[in-house]
Design a protein around this ligand. Structure first.
Ligand code: 13P
Ligand code: SF4
Length: 329
């Protein structure tokens, strides 16, 4: 479905966006799952870690976050004096919805002294209860940085948690049983069928996928080739796409990713493992809503100061530790 099919846009909408962004001193950030039109008009496109870094360093007084609400909240936490806008405040995240601050407090009470690691796909209130955040690109490094004798509470994504536990070999890590409905829907059976149909292809798997654990299991049993199976964040997928020598790559993540991958390496055919893996929240951000956001200064994202101050510590610990961003930003 193209954007033009769902909203009527002025033919010069791109020029209008650029003019308004300059007039309003705004920088436009877009996540890799955004529709192509938004990715193309943005100043920066990347994964959640890269975009957090850009937000933290932005010189402009306004940040327009084309992504989902927790990402815009993270930008606000890191750049508290700036105005942060999201073109549609209803763009939520089913994974972030799987844990509340009250649930996390109750979990912490059951494990006194444990270190809380939360994926950035959480609300500001959950981050405020967190010791250190992580994203899919640095989750392994974050958990590995915690002294081996400390218990770890990892939330909210069970598949990313299982991936981190397998890589770090940590047995004192408790994992919250949350999941993203889009990634959980990409399962091992589909992956196996695709791999059998495309035996020469490389495999890029986002660690949030239900198939991330089974991809490693299948690789271990030789059903999928271990040397051609890569568990990657969205930003790391772009980097891997640039460097691959394969002619076909199977991609297990939200399908918006394919656009950036094709741009990174037009020589390669990128095939979605599940073409129905579409995040309806990411697709709520449209060019028409971006224009409205710039014109009217909506929807503004605010986080109470006390919550932002507590949440900032956990995000800054992550940024200090994270590897250089795959987008180089
Ligand atoms: P990345 O951190 O890999 O960009 O993923 C964010 C996300 O929402 C995945 O569903
Ligand atoms: Fe959240 Fe899943 Fe959408 Fe990512 S793909 S923003 S985790 S609902």
């Amino acid at each position: 479905m193209t954007i033009e099919a769902v909203e009527i846009l002025p033919s010069d909408w791109r020029e209008q966006v650029r003019t308004l962004a300059a007039e309003k001193d705004a920088v436009i950030l877009a996540h890799n799952y955004q529709v192509p039109e938004i990715q193309d008009i943005a100043d920066h496109v990347g994964d959640s870690l890269a975009l957090s870094r850009v937000a933290a360093k932005a010189k402009q007084s306004t940040i327009i976050f084309c992504g989902v609400h927790f990402m815009a909240e993270t930008a606000k936490i890191l750049a508290y004096d700036k105005r942060v806008l999201i073109p549609d405040a209803n763009a939520g995240c089913s994974l972030a919805d799987t844990i509340t601050a009250a649930q996390l407090r109750a979990w912490k009470a059951e494990h006194p002294g444990a270190v809380v690691v939360s994926y950035v796909n959480t609300t500001a209130a959950v981050k405020a209860e967190t010791d250190i955040c992580c994203t899919s690109s640095n989750a392994v490094d974050v958990v590995a940085s915690i002294p081996a004798d400390r218990e770890v509470l990892f939330c909210p994504d069970q598949f990313l948690g299982a991936h981190v536990q397998r890589i770090t070999g940590r047995d004192n890590m408790h994992i919250w049983m949350g999941e993203c409905h889009v990634h959980a829907g990409i399962n091992g059976a589909e992956l196996k069928a695709m791999v059998q149909a495309e035996p020469e292809a490389e495999l890029f798997v986002h660690p949030e996928c239900g198939c991330a654990t089974s991809a490693m299991y299948l690789a271990g049993t030789g059903v999928v080739p271990a040397e051609r199976t890569k568990i990657l964040s969205t930003g790391a997928m772009v980097e891997a796409a640039r460097n691959t020598t394969a002619s076909k790559v199977l991609v297990a993540t939200e399908t918006g990713m394919i656009y950036q991958l094709e741009k990174a390496n037009p020589r390669v055919e990128f095939l979605a493992v599940n073409r129905a893996a579409v995040c309806k929240y990411m697709k709520m951000i449209t060019p028409g809503k971006l224009l409205r956001s710039l014109k009217l200064g909506v929807d503004e994202v605010n986080v109470p100061k006390e919550t932002a101050d507590a949440a900032r510590l956990s995000v800054e610990r992550m940024i200090a530790l994270g590897q250089p961003s795959p987008t180089g930003e």
